[in-house]
Write a protein that binds this ligand. Sequence first.
Ligand SMILES: *Cc1c(COP(=O)(O)O)cnc(C)c1O
Length: 371
Amino acid sequence: MPVPLRPAVSALPAYVAGRPAPERGDLVTYKLSSNENPFAPLPEVLDAVAEASRAMNRYPDIANTRVAEALAARLGVTPDRLALGTGSVGVLYHLLQAVCGPDDEVVHAWRSFEAYPISVLLTGARWVGVPLGPGAEHDLDAMLAAVGPRTRAVLLCSPNNPTGPALRHDEVLRFVDAVPDDVLVVVDEAYVEFVTDPAAVRGLEVAEGRDNVVVLRTFSKAYGLAGFRVGYCVAEPRLAQAVRSVALPFGVSLPAQAAVLASLEQEDALLARVAELVERRDALVAGLRERGLDVPDAQGNFVWLPAGPGTTAVAETFADAGLVVRPYVSGQPGDGVRITVGETEANARVLEVAARLGRAGTELSEPPPTV
Ligand SMILES: *Cc1c(COP(=O)(O)O)cnc(C)c1O
């Protein structure tokens, strides 16, 4: 007889990662499917990693002390409010493990970050997906109405992956003040460095003085360290300690810790790259709209094409042009394609393909012809 799996585990959907770009003889291909940073690592960061690798026979500092101190100074919080993990997805797993179990519920928007349902199901809890409202934004009123006696946590994604808009600060304040204070509210700010909307939520301010609010951040996107897996939360000290207790010991490797420290030292150079990506993003959104595509506000390093029933065909049209994008196909309303802001050449090609899609690329239309 096979070893029985926990029911929560046998029912888990697989995480669908963005596909890599295939090699092609006829043209340069681009991976625009995982919201990665297209810039190569800075030499200073590479040097710090090489130096740290010399001690790979030793375990890393289990408490991430230097990283936590540098980050705490940078964020203006005490180090006991920080917990680091293998990506902010790792930290989210730990947070939910610390507060949820079977028969509990976790409320989040849908469509939203694909890791959310998996992180909830792993704990044995159920996810309650609240459909996005107009503009592909969170519907906070509907989310509040979905909070019930079994709700242990609410996940807010700002800007929302994969659709792009940020949550508004005043609306989040109203939301958290209406949610019972024993319900964890996670504000996932994976793309906060790319946000330019002045009304966008400022997670750290929301968390200030509210013990149930936790902010999630990552070094994967703006800082270009996706392959090293480092993320963190800012939480009230007791919750931060709970995350550390649940976490895999030594989860953040020595080279990864060194890369984060070097990146914080090189922050100006890295944020200049972010500013460049923000310019490219805004140009991409404007260009797509000029070509008749109905693109929602984009506050991350990606844009959303609400392609509806045409989603698979749209993604194939991009793939034929050497651009790997990320289709979200459920057969329900709200399907679409997410495109990461990438190399200048890749973005220009996105616009060329988009010109061929025209209106056919947007929701409620016939699947477009593959050109
Ligand atoms: C990319 C992303 C993360 C961070 O992932 P890591 O595990 O830190 O690489 C978290 N939340 C959202 C919404 C994301 O898109």
